[in-house]
Design a protein around this ligand. Structure first.
Ligand code: MV4
Length: 450
């Protein structure tokens, strides 16, 4: 097992990793920018090192400074959390070159999944269903038109280096195609320095359903069920739940087993998420994330498995102790991302928290690193905390959510709590009847009452 883990992150995820390390009896090192000197993760870690000024590129993304922090403290492994360097294959390699463990997948798998064309080809080869589209990159208009006519309009042009929705263009008819291609190419080149694009059938009203996986890099891998992350705004997830209101047990077991087998075949190491669009009863692979995700607690609540703890164990070379047959998915869990933003305009609202009272009680979990008197800095993401609720059934879960939202007090800044108080009372949400565009339609129609 590792002897000392450096946590290359901040906020609630740094705290979450710290807690798993504590339970494993592994000493921890926090790193922080000058803006985070008073942060909770710094206070709770065994040691801490300042790694630079507020801007992330000079601190949390600064590889030489992180290496120096490992050297100074004698840390023999790094947990990257999510965001920052968590999906940087070069960082994983550099750590290995210095005999420091990277708690994450093999560098080659990070790299493969980072290129969306390669990711899709790999998924297809492994037997995972993919969206119909071009077989690899598209280089000219003639080829694009041939593919588009075969799969049928509307089609979507996507950037190979994209993800998170950047560099995507829809072509509704043949007349739009040439423009969609050149615009997508130009945007991809500007945003990622890579103008490779590919073509897919455009699904108009799918749900976003992702499968959580865990592997030990030696051919053992399991799936931990799905999360429905369809409720999002501008590619920022807002609410995630498991099981998906759209799936039955057979459908989940079937796609779960396909994904788990693929992970066994590729000898995947660590936690990962295989993302699908789900429409008319069919799954279509879009991307794979090779990191722990923000919404992982939803899966933890229904499986009773500590994903970070397992991630550390397999990262240190242990074999997977859990088999698929050991796993059950009882009950329902749901996460609300409470952001420091205006609930209608979503304008960021950093500043000092004057009063803070998180909810508690049966089936309620809050993952947060804030406290009363804490000032949320303007330099990073605006997550105040994640409210996770759990119940035996979805209605019980929603009942607890409503109650927890009424208890939750965060004063001094604007938060998105009022958005969730609206959503939990909305009939479509109560019915589980939503898709990836539902929230943006709801907001555009002025659905919010404050
Ligand atoms: C799609 C799609 C429709 N059809 N692909 C957006 C980000 C990237 N991860 C994939 N995305 C999409 N790919 C096809 N063939 C619609 C989206 C999409 C989306 C996907 C998941 C969650 C929210 C979304 C919001 C808008 C568009």
């Amino acid at each position: 097992m590792f002897e000392k883990i450096l946590i290359a992150n901040r906020g609630e995820i740094a705290l979450r990793v710290l807690r798993a390390c504590k339970e494993l009896g592994i000493p921890t090192v926090a790193v922080h920018s000058t803006a985070d000197a008073n942060a909770m993760h710094v206070r709770l870690a065994d040691e801490s090192v300042c790694i630079g000024p507020p801007a992330a590129r000079d601190s949390y993304l600064n590889i030489p400074n992180l290496l120096a922090a490992c050297e100074i403290t004698g840390a023999d492994a790094v947990h990257p959390g999510y965001g920052f360097l968590s999906e940087n294959a070069r960082f994983a390699e550099i750590l290995a070159e210095h005999n420091i463990g990277f708690i994450g997948p093999k560098a080659e798998h990070i790299r493969t999944m980072g290129d969306k064309i390669e990711a899709k080809q790999t998924a297809k080869k492994l037997g995972i269903p993919v969206v119909p589209g071009s077989d690899g990159g598209i280089t000219d208009d003639v080829e694009a038109l041939k593919v588009a006519k075969k799969i049928g309009f509307p089609v979507l042009v996507k950037a190979a280096a994209g993800g998170g929705g950047r560099g995507m263009k829809v072509a509704h008819t043949e007349a739009d195609l040439s423009m969609a291609l050149s615009t997508a190419r130009t945007e991809a080149k500007a945003a990622f320095g890579d103008d490779a694009v590919y073509l897919e059938k455009y699904l108009t009203r799918p749900r976003h359903i992702e499968i959580q996986v865990l592997g030990d890099g030696k051919g053992n891998a399991i799936h931990l069920g799905e999360r429905d992350c369809s409720l999002q705004r501008r590619h920022q997830k807002v609410w995630e739940e498991s099981p998906s209101p759209a799936l039955n047990l057979e459908a989940r077991d079937k796609i779960g087993e396909v994904v788990a087998k693929a992970m066994r075949d590729m000898q995947y190491l660590g936690v990962g998420t295989v993302e699908f669009l789900y429409e008319d009863g069919a799954f279509y692979f879009i991307e794979m994330n090779t990191r722990i995700q923000v919404e992982h607690p939803v899966t933890e609540m229904i499986t009773d498995i500590d994903l970070i703890l397992e991630q550390i164990r397999v990262g240190a070379g242990a074999e997977l102790g859990i088999t698929q047959k050991d796993l059950r998915f009882p009950g329902h869990a749901l996460e609300c991302r409470v952001n420091a933003e205006h609930p209608i305009t979503f304008r960021p609202s950093p500043g000092k928290i004057l009063h803070y009272h998180p909810p508690g009680g049966l089936g309620v979990r809050v993952d947060s690193a804030v406290y009363q008197g804490y000032t949320i800095p303007p330099y990073y993401d605006s997550l105040v905390g994640k409210l996770i609720v759990h119940g035996r059934t979805r209605p019980e879960c929603l009942m607890r959510l409503k109650r927890a939202l009424d208890e939750f007090v965060v004063d001094g800044i604007e938060t998105t709590l009022p958005l969730f108080r609206n959503l939990v009372r909305n009939q479509d949400i109560i019915d589980g009847n939503y898709h990836i565009h539902w929230l943006e339609h709801f907001l555009a129609e002025g659905g919010m009452e404050v």
